[in-house]
Design a protein. Structure first.
Ligand code: PLP
Ligand code: SF4
Length: 415
């Protein structure tokens, strides 16, 4: 169905009534006017006395910031509004669950230099700021995000760049934070230019939630900068179809129409999107604005977000409702980011029912069981092509389960 995208208007909201359209559409105005306290928030949405009291207590622990744009998207009359749940703190944030961990993904521990996490051999996560335009209530990085909003630390960044220069196997750098797009264009350009000048860095990714919470940030100027340092991939973070507005669509269009592919990483959140229907609708709406669903994350074990967690079964149920039932393009990979820094582990329904030497018994999305007969001769003649020779040059035989499967490993070592 063709969708009429909602435009987020502000004239009906008392405190934004006199804001000029050109200010409202200016990301710097949005960023400078984020809602950080209860009295401003209560001028936008109704908050009863009890909620106010609870809000005051939770604000002592974790910072609040909501862009005027995202706040105006809240459905006032709906206490379970998915926008509200992601933006407005609740008293449950103070609960310390037994399973809570401050840094569940060991991002600080697996960090050879501050702000850089090197978990996988060929790619790194680079945190260039701790500031975000909105502080998502479910943020996995809440231990650091919003703690100091000083922005970009050049010394730290250059240490990270040096590390990347020295480690020639790094071919993919993910620029994240906080939200890197809270930094001014000149900084973004400096970061991208510096990374692009490292010979072995093949691709750069930008992780930013601004298309969702501050779409005004995706300006022509920013896109022109990004274009100069291609190939760059952009990953954003839509969690609910209600977030896909006219403004969000325009922001994503700007990126895709300038050759920057946009992907989406959703977090599975209780009461926000823990429903196969909502998720399917979200994936469809994303594709309609040319955003490719990339991951659904199981909610992490970070402290203060236990009220957002669902069972892993819920995630599997969601994938069961997507795969086969709709376009493969609409099916992201559901992952559990392993506590202790094990990295992302894909989890999905079981499609392989059984197997023997000769046969594989599979089931499809309808539950129909099929038999795939495997070839009797499965030997493969490695001709030692150039790709093989290059791989051997960098081959580190001690890495990963894949090496246990490597039949040629002895041969490779002997060559
Ligand atoms: C998620 C993540 C990456 C990127 O993983 P992909 O599966 O390549 O998207 C890299 N480093 C860290 C530390 C991560 O958490
Ligand atoms: S934008 Fe990302 S880093 Fe910032 S608060 Fe939201 S989830 Fe956390």
């Amino acid at each position: 169905m063709k969708k009429i995208y909602r435009k987020v208007l502000h004239k009906h909201i008392p405190i934004f009534k006199d804001v000029k359209d050109e200010d409202w559409n200016d990301w710097k105005w949005q960023l400078n006017n984020t809602i950080k306290d209860i009295s401003s928030l209560s001028k936008i949405i109704t908050i009863d006395e009890k909620e106010k009291e609870q809000l005051a207590i939770s604000l002592k622990k974790f910072k609040m910031a909501i862009t005027p744009y995202y706040a105006a998207l809240i459905d006032e009359n709906y206490i379970r509004c998915p926008i509200r749940l992601q933006a407005v703190p609740r008293i449950q944030e103070l609960i310390k669950d037994d399973s809570d961990i401050s840094d569940p993904l060991h991002e600080d521990i697996d960090s050879p230099v501050p702000g850089l996490t090197h978990r996988y051999p060929d790619r790194v996560l680079l945190l260039v700021t701790r500031k975000c335009s909105m502080y998502c209530r479910h943020c996995t990085r809440r231990r650091v995000v919003g703690c100091d909003e000083s922005g970009f630390n050049k010394e730290c960044f250059l240490d990270a760049v040096n590390y990347i220069k020295k480690n020639k196997q790094i071919r993919d750098v993910i620029v994240s934070g906080g939200d890197p797009l809270t930094l001014p264009d000149s900084r973004i350009e400096y970061i991208l230019e510096t990374l692009r000048n490292i010979n072995h860095v093949e691709i750069i990714r930008i992780g930013s939630r601004t298309p969702v919470v501050m779409p005004q940030r995706i300006t022509d100027n920013l896109v022109n900068i990004i274009k100069k340092y291609q190939p760059i991939f952009f990953n954003t973070h839509f969690n609910h179809p209600d977030e896909i507005t006219e403004e969000a669509k325009i922001a994503c269009d700007k990126l895709t129409e300038n050759g920057v592919p946009v992907g989406n990483q959703t977090v599975l959140l209780r009461d926000v999107n823990d429903c196969p229907f909502i998720m399917k609708e979200l994936m469809h709406e994303l594709l309609k604005i040319r955003v490719k669903p990339y991951y659904i994350y199981q909610c992490d074990l970070s402290t203060g977000i236990s009220h957002f967690r669902t069972s892993v079964g819920k995630g599997i149920e969601i994938i069961e409702n997507l795969r086969g039932h709709t376009s493969g393009m609409a099916v992201p990979t559901y992952v559990v980011d392993a506590p202790g820094g094990g990295g992302k582990i894909p989890v999905m329904p079981n499609y392989v029912i059984s197997r023997s030497d000769k046969k594989l018994i599979l089931r499809n999305y309808e539950g129909t069981i099929t038999v795939y007969t495997q070839p009797s001769d499965t030997s493969s003649d490695c001709g030692r092509c150039n790709i093989c020779k290059n791989t051997y040059k960098f081959f580190t035989p001690s890495e990963g389960v894949a090496t246990l499967l490597e039949e040629n490993i002895q041969n490779l070592n002997r060559r």
